[in-house]
Design a protein around this ligand. Structure first.
Ligand SMILES: [Mg+2]
Length: 248
């Protein structure tokens, strides 16, 4: 049984965009001659604080030096970081392994595609356009992005919004996620969920996922199977998804 539609999270699932957020923060710190550089381990801890401005404030509160120069300028620093991030996305963010392969396979087979994310629509469009080409937006029939629903993941609302617009039951669709909150949102909407663990979500709780994998896999670089369905396969394909859904 092939799914009728596949619904993708964006940040961490289509692309490791948190790395671009981190790079944008570091470039702004350097441009402002602020004595900080967030490495991947720092940033993973900081991701526990939701929201860019809140993240900067939390970090400043723990700094022995330099904080006094920045503390009144958090909104300004954050605006500069947001502009820098948009430029980095538009310059071309890499998609994770297997993403483009599976999207093209779905399109060719008539499986419908959608997006469910809390990222703003301009950032989603910039990412898709830079990575998949100008026709990329048209590949996705429904894009649930930004503030179209007030309750963010782990609330299921963004997935319910997308399912309504696809006019499909959750049982006919599959979600792709990389985080605990994402799995909770998708499962809350009743969706079978494939997790491709990201560099910032390694070891997170993915309870309820149909499969937990390192990525979607490429022919020359198969995925690592971590939990659930998919132990005997090498790539996430429509055929494999169909078998996993039937056995679930
Ligand atoms: Mg994500």
């Amino acid at each position: 049984m092939l799914p009728s539609a596949m619904i993708f999270d964006v940040d961490g699932t289509l692309s490791e965009t948190e790395e671009l957020h981190r790079q944008a923060f570091n470039e702004i710190f350097a441009a402002e001659k602020l004595p900080w550089h967030w490495d991947a381990a720092d940033y993973r801890r900081l991701l526990d604080v939701a929201g860019g401005k809140e993240r900067i404030a939390h970090f400043l509160a723990a700094q022995p030096e330099g904080a006094d120069r920045a503390v009144g300028r958090i909104a300004e620093l954050h605006a500069a970081k947001t502009a820098r991030y948009s430029a980095l996305i538009a310059a071309g963010a890499a998609l994770r392994p297997g993403v483009e392969r599976l999207i093209r396979e779905a399109k060719a087979a008539g499986v419908r595609l959608a997006i469910a994310t809390t990222t703003s629509l301009p950032n989603v469009e910039a990412l898709l356009g830079a990575s998949l080409g100008r026709e990329a937006i048209a590949l996705f029939e429904v894009i649930g992005a930004g503030d179209v629903v007030p309750a963010k993941k782990p609330a299921p609302d963004i997935y319910q919004y997308v399912l309504e617009r696809l006019a499909l039951p959750a049982s006919a669709c599959v979600a792709f996620e990389d985080s605990t909150n994402g799995v909770r949102a998708a499962r809350g909407a009743g969706l079978a969920t494939i997790v491709t663990q990201g560099m910032y979500t390694e070891g997170d709780d993915f309870a309820g996922a149909l499969a937990v994998l390192s990525d979607l896999g490429e022919p020359d670089a198969p995925y690592r199977h971590l939990a659930g369905a998919g132990a005997g396969d090498r790539l996430v394909t429509l055929d494999a998804l169909g078998r996993w859904l039937e056995a679930a």
